[in-house]
Design a protein around this ligand. Sequence first.
Ligand SMILES: CC(C)(COP(=O)(O)OP(=O)(O)OC[C@H]1O[C@@H](n2cnc3c(N)ncnc32)[C@H](O)[C@@H]1OP(=O)(O)O)[C@@H](O)C(=O)NCCC(=O)NCCS
Length: 162
Amino acid sequence: MTSTTDWRLNDYLISTDRSNLDVALIHDYLSNSTYWATGRKIEVVQRSIDNSLCFGLYKTSSEGKRQQVGFARVVTDYATFAWLADVFILEEHRDQGLGKWLSDVIVGHPDLQGFRRWVLATKDAHGLYRRVGFRELHRPERWMERPDPNMQENPDYWHPIK
Ligand SMILES: CC(C)(COP(=O)(O)OP(=O)(O)OC[C@H]1O[C@@H](n2cnc3c(N)ncnc32)[C@H](O)[C@@H]1OP(=O)(O)O)[C@@H](O)C(=O)NCCC(=O)NCCS
């Protein structure tokens, strides 16, 4: 659970080494370009990275430079449960299979096997995740969520408990 791992596909690299992550880029994308993390503060992004298994996707050059072009993170106890969150590929790098590769790598990660449950939330990317075994909730009536009345993100999206 402490070791980091790399995967390569043509000029692209996926790494779980947090020290490679471009936190400014991740923050900029999440806070400005997503429907789920609008306005997320950089300290919150940093804390979420510090406490998740993060997958950075990078474009590499022949000189050995890398530029971050995608991201995902997994919140897990490494025993029973994993939550896949904050998945994105920058627009210029979409539609060439990188999202599929990233999700394959994540569900195949050796430290993330045999769990009772994986979960995620998505507005429209169900097809991407169905490929790697996600499906609609089996018994949705057993699930609850707790919108925090003090949460700062997407105030119109959440309806705080009165
Ligand atoms: C979703 C996203 C990560 C896909 O990345 P990508 O590299 O373009 O994906 P791929 O090229 O590997 O293809 C994705 C596959 O999933 C399918 N798919 C299903 N829903 C999709 C969606 N909402 N967006 C993109 N692809 C989707 C595509 O049709 C494609 O399958 P196909 O090759 O059989 O046609 C990327 O579009 C993205 O970052 N979107 C904005 C952020 C986002 O919505 N993230 C997911 C939040 S849950």
